[in-house]
Structures are given as structure tokens and as C-alpha cells.
Design a protein around this ligand. Structure first.
Ligand code: HEM
Ligand SMILES: *[C@@H]1O[C@H](CO)[C@@H](O)[C@H](O)[C@H]1NC(C)=O
Ligand SMILES: CC(=O)N[C@H]1CO[C@H](CO)[C@@H](O)[C@@H]1O
Length: 320
């Protein structure tokens, strides 16, 4: 009897290990090795949210930036004494310290219960889901089994992240490189339903001599008041002027009303190739939610390291 039970366990563990080696992410990846991992992370995330709302947008954006550069491998978390890690690139400007802090704290809490087992990449993935749920958005099962990367380099950021003045073709090609469709891209842009932008990221739209015809004139006026010429570039404003703290489809109703903050937001409505998707998400929150969840799961598969690749970092900010 004992012998059989032991054998069964060996078979199951071997199957799990083979799954990992084959490079499969799975929702129950830690079921034997750290069954409470999601509850542990969720507790840290909700404590952090109750301290500061910025936890929500910051963590969601941190996940996106991690995945688009070097894959979802926590490369964004690495701290370099020389200031040349991925997070030091100028594109990181709004990666708020609270997002890094969330992952570091969650990792510490997880290590206390299951040392050396759960990757920082997976912790960031869980946390990104939890902040969406924590602001009124959907809950979904996250795929796990990523390993932490061994490269983090500021020089490898440039050209991999979309810019606020990117046009539809450029946005599409950047997302396509990461196996994401135009619909995924439009859905993921809905993350701009929460969070902040620095004035300098859209100043060219409001302070140019020719008014931007794709920008609502009242909204433009409000933006000019919030971000006057010569304003401190560290000033931040809400990206979603309607419900800035709620994860909902207001981002799309804003676009239909010409109230997209970045031209990369507004272009999704202006360009006939993506307008239909924007109009659909604006009128159907469930359709947006479903597309967002699907796209987040796909985003989480970007260039992942699995099996024996990479490492399980002990400290998310340092290679082992
Ligand atoms: C489609 C192309 C995208 C462009 C051009 C873009 C650009 C930007 C820019 C310029 C900011 C403001 C940064 C600042 O001034 O601090 C921002 C903020 C943000 N972005 Fe995006 N983004 C894109 C897609 C995404 C995606 C896919 C996500 C996540 C799934 C995301 C999540 C966020 C969040 C949550 C914020 C607010 C951050 C905060 O408040 O700390 N963005 N984005
Ligand atoms: C995109 O998918 C292909 C086929 O599954 C895969 O080989 C490739 O690594 C993926 N690209 C990224 C960036 O994840
Ligand atoms: C949060 C963070 O690491 N921000 C850094 C982004 O990069 C600039 C340099 O380009 C640093 O000064 C910031 O500290």
C-alpha cells in the first residue's frame, strides 16, 4: 500500500516536471510546491492597495513593460549598481516604485512559506491580475511556471515599447512581434482606464499651434489648464478622465468622444481599421472584459523561460 502510494506520487511529480520541461505554463503549476502562492500574493497586493492606489496602475504597467522587453521574466526587476538595467531606460519613467515594492514584498511573503520555488516573473503575473480584480475588473486563472531571466539591459528596451505618438501600424507591428493581434492590442490598451501620465508625454498634442482635430476641444482646454506650458514634467494627471480609479470600459467611451489622452489611444478610434473594436468595447463591457482577459493571458506567454531555463531568483532585484 505504502509502496503504491509512493509510486503514484512519483508518477504525478514526474508528469508535472515533464510538463514544465516541455515548456508548458499551467494554472496549477505550484499545486504541490506552493499551493497557497496566489493567496499569499493577493494578501500583499491588497495590503499595498490599501496604502496607495498607485499600486494598481503601476503594477499593471510593470507587467506589460516586463513582458515586452526580454519576455515575462522579471528582467524589469533587476537593480544594477551601474544604472544600466532594463528599469533604468528612459521609457521606465512612470514605473512607480510602488509596483517594484509590491513584487518585492510579495516575493518575501512567498519565500517565507515556499523558499526557492516561485519565480518573480510568476509573482508579477499574479499581482498584475490581482490589481485588475482589485479595481473592479475581472478575475481569471493565471498561467504559471515561468522562470526568471538572466539578462536585464537598458540598451535592449529601445524599439520594443510602443510610444504615445505611435500610429496604428507601429502599434500593430510591436504587438505582433509578441504574438498579439490588433484586437489584443486594443483590449490591452484598455489598461489606460486606470493610472496617470506625466504632462510631457502628451504635451505636443495640446501646445502645438495647430489644434489636434482628433482631440475634443473642451478636453484639450482642460488638459492645457492641468499641464500649462513650462509645467513641471513630474506633474501627473489621470489617463481616464471619467472613472480614473475603476477598471471599466470608460477608456473606450472616452475614445468615441475624442477624449483619448495619447495619440496612440485616440488613433484606435480615428483609424477605421480598429474603430469597430473600440465602438464594440465602448458599448459592451462584457466583450471588453473577455477580450482583455484573453489578451492578458497571451501577453503572459511572451518569450517565457520554462523548465530548466533561467532561474528562480531568491531576491527579485538581483540575479542569484
Ligand atoms: C498600446 C501602446 C501603449 C502605449 C503607447 C502606452 C503608453 C503609455 C504612456 C506614455 C504612459 C504614461 C507614462 C507616464 O507618463 O508616466 C502609460 C501609462 C500606463 N500604461 Fe500604457 N501604453 C501602452 C499600452 C499599455 C498596456 C498594454 C498596458 C497594460 C496592459 C498599459 C498600462 C499602463 C498603465 C496602467 C499606465 C499608468 C501607469 C501609472 O499610473 O503608474 N499600457 N502608457
Ligand atoms: C510566438 O509564437 C511562436 C509559436 O508558438 C513562438 O515560437 C514564439 O517564441 C512566440 N514569440 C514570443 C515573443 O513569445
Ligand atoms: C523607477 C526607476 O527605476 N526609475 C528610473 C528610470 O530611469 C531613470 C534614468 O533614465 C532613473 O533616473 C530612474 O530612477
Amino acid at each position: 500500500m505504502e509502496k503504491w502510494r509512493g509510486l503514484c506520487l512519483v508518477v504525478v511529480v514526474a508528469a508535472a516536471a515533464m510538463g514544465a520541461a516541455e515548456g508548458q505554463l499551467r494554472t496549477d503549476f505550484y499545486r504541490f510546491t506552493c499551493p497557497n502562492v496566489e493567496a499569499i500574493v493577493q494578501q500583499v497586493v491588497s495590503d499595498k492597495i490599501s496604502q496607495t492606489f498607485i499600486t494598481i496602475p503601476a503594477t499593471l504597467r510593470l507587467f506589460f513593460h516586463d513582458c515586452f522587453v526580454e519576455g515575462c521574466d522579471a528582467s524589469i526587476m533587476i537593480q544594477s549598481p551601474n544604472g544600466d538595467a532594463e528599469k533604468d531606460d528612459h521609457d521606465n519613467i512612470s514605473l512607480a516604485g510602488d509596483a517594484f515594492d509590491t513584487v518585492i514584498k510579495a516575493k518575501q511573503a512567498v519565500e517565507a512559506q515556499c523558499p526557492g520555488v516561485v519565480s518573480c516573473a510568476d509573482i508579477l503575473t499574479i499581482a498584475a491580475r490581482d490589481v485588475v480584480t482589485g479595481s473592479g475588473g475581472p478575475f481569471w486563472g493565471v498561467e504559471l511556471g515561468r522562470r526568471d531571466g538572466l539578462i536585464s539591459n537598458a540598451g535592449r528596451v529601445s524599439g520594443n515599447l510602443p510610444q504615445p505618438d505611435s500610429n496604428l501600424d507601429l502599434l500593430n507591428s510591436m504587438f505582433r512581434k509578441n504574438n498579439l493581434t490588433q484586437t489584443d492590442m486594443v483590449a490591452l490598451s484598455g489598461a489606460h482606464t486606470v493610472g496617470f501620465s506625466h504632462c510631457d508625454r502628451f504635451a505636443n498634442r495640446i501646445h502645438s499651434s495647430i489644434p489636434d482635430p482628433s482631440l475634443d476641444s473642451d478636453y484639450a482646454l482642460k488638459l492645457m489648464q492641468d499641464c500649462p506650458v513650462g509645467v513641471d514634467p513630474s506633474i501627473v494627471i489621470d489617463i481616464d478622465p471619467t472613472t480614473p480609479r475603476v477598471f471599466d470600459n470608460a477608456y473606450y467611451t472616452n475614445l468615441v468622444e475624442k477624449k483619448g489622452l495619447f495619440s496612440s489611444d485616440q488613433v484606435l478610434f480615428t483609424d477605421p481599421a480598429s474603430r469597430g473594436t473600440v465602438v464594440q468595447f465602448a458599448s459592451d463591457n462584457a466583450a471588453f472584459t473577455e477580450a482583455f482577459v484573453e489578451a492578458m493571458v497571451k501577453l503572459g506567454r511572451t518569450a517565457v523561460k520554462v523548465g530548466f531555463e533561467g532561474e528562480i531568483r531568491r531576491d527579485c532585484t538581483m540575479f542569484n
